[in-house]
Write a protein that binds this ligand. Sequence first.
Ligand SMILES: Nc1ncnc2c1ncn2[C@@H]1O[C@H](COP(=O)(O)OP(=O)(O)OP(=O)(O)O)[C@@H](O)[C@H]1O
Ligand SMILES: [Mg+2]
Length: 311
Amino acid sequence: MLAVLSLLLLSFCGSVRGVFQQLYCTLSDSCDCDFRPNIRGLEWDLYKNVFGQHLAQDVVSEEVARFLANKSPDRPLVLSFHGSSGTGKTLVSSMLANHLYGSAMSSPYVHQFVPTLHFPSPHLVHEYREELKSWVQGNLTECARSVFIFDEMEKMPPGVIDVLEPFLGPAHVVFRTNYRKAIYVFISTTGQELIKEVTLQNRLAGREREDIKLSALQDRLAQAVYNDSTSGFFQSSIVQQRLVTVLVPFLPLSRCHVERCVHSLLCQTGSCQRSDVVEAVGGDMTYAPAQGQYFSTTGCKAVAAKVNFFL
Ligand SMILES: Nc1ncnc2c1ncn2[C@@H]1O[C@H](COP(=O)(O)OP(=O)(O)OP(=O)(O)O)[C@@H](O)[C@H]1O
Ligand SMILES: [Mg+2]
């Protein structure tokens, strides 16, 4: 009897504590919600494990560090990743979330959306907008330090994402929830042609890849994204009002980067010394454009399957 009573008391205390904790989180907005940012770890991971993406490495580390250093930011951090398939966009978004929360990507405060799964029908834009708005609002009320990742934005029906406009601007403290502490990451292949073109011109001019500056791409990329009718950001007020903190270009990968991906994968399975496999996979990829064959058409995406084949 005593044991049952103690159990009841414990569970009651637990739920009361839970309610108080949630109330405290909501009102104080200083609750950490499992938030354990490790900026050094993020920087290290980006520099060690992401190949050929100097812009993404620099921009993501700098912007995240700057954003988190400010205890009361005046707007959320909004990053938009652009580039062709297999260049590391999803990889970098996972690294970011991994180094922000104690429970990494499985944290309940990391929310991932995939349009083909969550917003499959272009006829349901109105319904999706309502759902998305209340989902974001609800989660930010629970934890101001939430991360929202929208992958494959090129498959998002245009019009849905604009419902987030009020959350991305500077003036939003509603029901005492601070909406400015959130991080949003949008990911798409939109703008890949422009990025490929700039990288190709740079290469043909004999310049180093690292000579490509963010400023050379920022405005043109915003324009390309805004004008692409197949993009979830087509004519979006989020882009028009410059609510995206920074558009992050992911450059097409060359054979040397693909080979680094192969080498890294081999090392994870204890086969670091298999330079024959590195060579074989590097040589088995398709490269474009026809003249020069500078860039892997699938980035590092098919690497894992090819390593298994040649190993
Ligand atoms: N720059 C890179 N450095 C290291 N590994 C990479 C890089 N790019 C891609 N990879 C590896 O290749 C695979 C595919 O990468 P990822 O899923 O990040 O591509 P993506 O840019 O999101 O492509 P998609 O647009 O098709 O979704 C992953 O296993 C990832 O680890
Ligand atoms: Mg991806």
